[in-house]
Design a binder for this molecule. Structure first.
Ligand code: ATP
Ligand code: MG
Length: 292
């Protein structure tokens, strides 16, 4: 579904060009959840924005290939890219308050991709689909949420709204860039659980970006570890957590708070015994915090 080959991203908006992502490779199958982890400034968001086609074509140079469903996104015409954005590839950002426009009602904003990609739909059909999608992200009183302004909702509700807006056209790939960082742990757990359910029910592939390894551990099947613009290590969650090869990865794992590590280890043991279907591996059994 997605093949990224030798992606390099270089900024040209300064006096001296600056490369922020080097030789990034990634292959993702439909229905897979891949975690992208690394310290602040390691290039995670730049990679995500490049995949979503949201980086300026003018101020930065991108080399390599991003092939999505057979189409090369870095060189395809803009109108073709627009057909994919929000429709087949959608993105959720860290802070919903900055992505949601405070002066428009939630319903209008959730429907945005429908207006772009399904102009044939009537106003009533759009509303029906938006309400259904808000219910799908487990928002009670979807009608009320639809008619609210963003500031009338809690942080967790706003993040669900952003997920609904991203999911409304049923994209094949959802890129979630630190979608839970601004939320408290209980709400984080709920959002992770929701993403799992979306993946299971709709077969949406998810690229989950976080610097929180324990969240990655709960949600993903594979992990890519980045540092300073480079991939330093990648592999299955089991490989990365149980037999990390690189010092940097070992340090990241070492930095997980002890109580969370217990959950992670317990989970790994349970999975070793039961490692059968993919869904079971993702849902896990010992996840006291994030389990089903
Ligand atoms: N306009 C710009 N010009 C030059 N360099 C930039 C520009 N925007 C971002 N960068 C640099 O790109 C690098 C990668 O940034 P990126 O936002 O991808 O990091 P990140 O891994 O997402 O970090 P975080 O975890 O803090 O979100 C950083 O070193 C940053 O300073
Ligand atoms: Mg980032």
């Amino acid at each position: 579904m997605l093949d990224i080959i030798d992606l390099n991203i270089e900024f040209h908006d300064h006096l001296v060009p600056e490369t922020v992502v080097y030789d990034f490779d990634l292959h993702m199958e439909q229905g897979e959840i891949v975690g992208l982890v690394g310290e602040s400034g390691s290039g995670k968001s730049m990679t995500a924005l490049a995949i979503a086609g949201l980086l300026s074509r003018r101020d930065m140079q991108k080399r390599g290939q991003i092939i999505f469903e057979g189409k090369e996104l870095l060189t395809c015409p803009r109108n073709e890219l627009r057909m994919i954005q929000g429709n087949q590839i959608a993105m959720v950002f860290q802070e919903p308050m900055t992505s949601l426009n405070p002066v428009y009602k939630v319903g209008w904003q959730v429907e945005e991709s429908l207006r772009i990609h399904h102009p044939e739909m009537s106003k009533e059909e759009r509303k029906e689909k938006a309400i259904k999608t808000l219910q799908d992200v487990e928002l009670d009183e979807a009608e009320r949420v639809y008619n609210s302004y963003p500031h009338q909702l809690s942080g967790g509700m706003r993040q669900r709204v952003m997920i609904a807006a991203a999911m409304i056209c049923e994209p094949k790939l959802l890129i979630a860039d630190e979608p839970t960082t601004a939320l408290d742990v209980t709400i984080q757990a709920q959002i992770v659980k929701l993403l799992k359910r979306i993946n299971k029910e709709k077969k949406t592939s998810i690229l989950f970006i976080s610097h929180d390894l324990s969240l990655i551990r709960q949600l993903c099947q594979r992990v890519v570890v980045m540092q300073g613009g480079y991939i330093v290590e990648s592999g299955s969650v089991k490989q990365i957590f149980e037999t990390p090869q690189q010092e940097y990865t070992k340090k990241l794992i070492g930095a997980i708070p002890k109580c969370e590590k217990k959950v992670v280890t317990k989970k790994a043991n349970t999975q070793e015994k039961t490692a059968d279907t993919q869904d079971k591996t993702v849902a896990g059994k010992g996840g006291a915090q994030y389990g089903e």
